[in-house]
Design a protein around this ligand. Sequence first.
Ligand code: PLP
Length: 457
Amino acid sequence: MSRTNDLRHVIEADRAHVWHHLSQHKPYESVDPRVMVEGKGMRVWDATGREYLDAVAGGVWTVNVGYGRTSIADAVRDQLVKLNYFAGSAGSVPAALFSERLIEKMPGMSRVYYSNSGSEANEKVFKMVRQIAHRHHGGRKAKILYRERDYHGTTIGALAAAGQDQRRDQYGPFPDGFVMVPHCLEYRSQWGAVENYGEMAADAIEAVILREGPDTIGAICLEPVTAGGGVITPPKGYWEKVQDICRRHEILIHIDEVVCGMGRTGAWFGYQTYGVQPDFVTMAKGVASGYAAIACTTTTEAVFALFKDDAADPMSYFRDISTFGGCTAGPAAALETMRIIEDEGLLENTVAMGERLMAGLHGLAERHAVVGDVRGKGLFYGAELVADRATKEPAEEKRVQAVVADCMAHGVIIGATNRSLAGLNNTLCLSPALIATPADIDRIVEAIDGALGRVFA
Ligand code: PLP
């Protein structure tokens, strides 16, 4: 059978049996589902042979060092033939070595707990916070704050902490003890045009804390830059004040770096850009760049100590396991991913290419009235589309999707924010691999330029 016939068979097998993530399948009755076949650097090819420039690092900001890295494949292969797996109640060579390298990059942090996905890494924190509440606060301080428009994962526990209605709707009931605080998107300020928006957004968190009772709240979970909820960079003064509020009320700070971690914002971690000292940091997507599944929940020695203070108590330790948190491929791939980022100067490239991307997007805002706001950090940008700049009425979802489809038709894959019942699914998302060149950035901007012109003509 020819390669073309093989791939035709693959497409039909996909259509018949694969349930795609986040997808309505009715259209696949008349059009082929897209099946990806190959990737190299910034480019991917689908089963029909079409080439795309990928401006979203594997669709969901994951493939940070690009496709086709044989050195990662070799590192994983070498590790797999030596020892593929042993339960995480024991250590492994790559887990120990990656933990050491990771903690070097995270002053103040000390311990790494391995699992498989961003959702799971976040759930570990929720369990740790609850156990600390039960063991050290008489069952109080068990509530967890989360923010409107943030997202922390797909499991029922993580969805209980999701500030995105489109992800939650119809999946309830959710567990108790999760409390939402207001978003911090200045472009859609809840208080109109104010000088000190960042401080007001932080004060709004404190108001929730005071309403609930500070002695009932154990932690706050925040994305450093909100990803799927609109690429929301924190406003000036926000993080400083949030940190101060949390310290005053003895609330642990959990930063969800599942998207921003490992270089996406131009620093190893997004929170480091904003001078925060967290108690927990979770990460997943970019850690091994999608070459193997891995997620990490990191914490401080002070938090870790709370789980070993009374060895005589048979319930004192963290009673949690993740079977595949014992896979060795993840940390082996992560070690090599980290080496690539360092040796190829990819943090520096992220900063430089991020500036080029930002300039390009601001140029689009000058040419297209539909671009209402441009925001982001490093190689992580969003362009919010509006029907009317004065009222900021969101652009229609179908037109936002048409821009994404037009870029795809012109060979560039971009993303858009999660669909929202509130109609705020109007932000184009860009997160190219950290290896992007000036030519790649220019091509991405050109594709969006053309698409905006055609869709909003
Ligand atoms: N946290 C954030 C900020 C995310 O964007 C995501 C996924 O998109 C998750 C957590 C969940 O990660 P995973 O899909 O690996 O469970």
